[in-house]
Design a protein around this ligand. Structure first.
Ligand code: GTP
Ligand code: MG
Length: 136
């Protein structure tokens, strides 16, 4: 089994889709290992998105992710990392299929409801970053 880090972004919290998103992962058979509503500091947001530090949209991305509470979660299950990415849908709105989280709730590339780890390395890094020493 794998653990993955998922986060409902400020747009998703404002639009009150936490319950819907959590329900999808529960129904799929994943187990919730940790969750918290929090406002991310710039420090944690910049560390989280460090791979995008030299992209033109980095400043906007950090502004957005720190603009209100996020709902940070750790989920565990068989192939949790890749299955969660599939359930999230594609980053580009034109490619995110109906039935996926982004395909059902988002129309823009910047405000796209949810983040999910994209590899085992990212999952480990992100879980340590957001839940340092906090998981049972
Ligand atoms: P995350 O799960 O949030 O990491 O999304 P992703 O893995 O599907 O996409 P990626 O890591 O490539 O990009 C990270 C985030 O940056 C995306 O979710 C978008 O919110 C944002 N982003 C990506 N490309 C663009 C862009 O061209 N413009 C803007 N404004 N934001 C972008
Ligand atoms: Mg990413």
């Amino acid at each position: 089994v794998e653990k993955t880090f998922l986060m409902i972004k400020p747009d998703g919290v404002k639009r009150q889709v936490i319950g819907d998103v959590v329900n999808r992962f529960e129904r799929r058979g994943f187990e919730l290992k940790g969750a918290k509503l929090m406002v991310a500091t710039r420090e944690i947001a910049e560390a989280h998105y460090a791979e995008h530090a030299d992209k033109p949209f980095f400043g906007e991305l950090v502004d957005f992710i720190t603009s209100g509470p996020v709902f940070a979660m750790v989920w565990e299950g068989e192939s949790a990392i890749s299955l969660a990415r599939t359930m999230m849908g594609a980053t580009k709105p034109a490619d995110s299929q109906p039935g996926t989280i982004r395909g059902d709730f988002a129309t823009t590339i910047s405000e796209n409801i949810i983040h999910g780890s994209d590899s085992a390395e990212s999952a480990e890094r992100e879980i340590s970053l957001w839940f340092a020493g906090e998981l049972a």
